[in-house]
Design a protein around this ligand. Structure first.
Ligand SMILES: [Zn+2]
Length: 193
């Protein structure tokens, strides 16, 4: 199908927030017919659509010239919360104690410093864990757990990177899209809250 052959376009609001992902055909229409309403921040160099009279480039990132209200604060809170979605994406769907692949269905959240030891329920203290590791760790400190079971914390928990935030916002994206989107956002100095 034509639709899947070509990459999609990332749409930003006037205040640099991600609004949506739009198919190439709508992106071209926006850039052609609503020149006053949109700014094309970057184009895909490798894709061109040829009509009888004209050749069209596909916009990779466009910015709307008008204000669309978004709940920025809510987004910020969402990315800083140690939700299963956030930590699974960050930890690459891997148990951080035994390295087993896990999914939404069989993953748990584990507090590296247990809550009972004064650990916080924050993204830099929560990791993805399989049921078994979570059960074994229980209320043990990381040192006790590592000594007792010879399983070691793979990656120290940390806040999400921009790329991970995009991944979460835009559940599925292709590599050819991701590269140019991130480059364009960076070039524009856009923070992904
Ligand atoms: Zn495990």
């Amino acid at each position: 199908m034509m639709k899947e052959k070509y990459p999609r376009c990332l749409v930003l609001s006037v205040n640099n927030q991600i609004l949506s992902i739009t198919p190439w055909i709508r992106a071209i229409n926006l850039s052609e017919k609503r020149k006053n309403d949109v700014i094309v921040l970057s184009w895909y160099d490798d894709y061109k659509i040829h009509s009888e009279s004209k050749t069209f480039k596909i916009p990779a990132v466009i910015k709307l010239n008008y204000y669309v209200k978004l709940q920025r604060k809510k987004m910020e809170q969402n990315f800083n919360a140690p939700t299963l979605k956030n930590i699974l994406v960050r930890d690459n769907f891997t148990c951080q104690y035994c390295g087993k692949k896990i999914s939404f269905r069989n993953a748990t959240r584990d507090h590296v410093i247990p809550l009972s030891h004064g650990g916080k329920n924050s993204i830099d203290n929560v990791v993805s864990s399989c049921h078994e590791c979570n059960f074994l760790k229980g209320n043990l400190s990381l040192e006790e757990f590592e000594r007792k079971y010879h399983r070691h914390l793979i990656n120290k928990p940390r806040p999400l990177t921009d790329e991970e935030k995009i991944k979460i916002l835009i559940k599925f994206f292709k590599n050819k899209e991701k590269k140019i989107w991130l480059k364009s956002l960076k070039k524009e100095g856009i923070d992904l809250w």
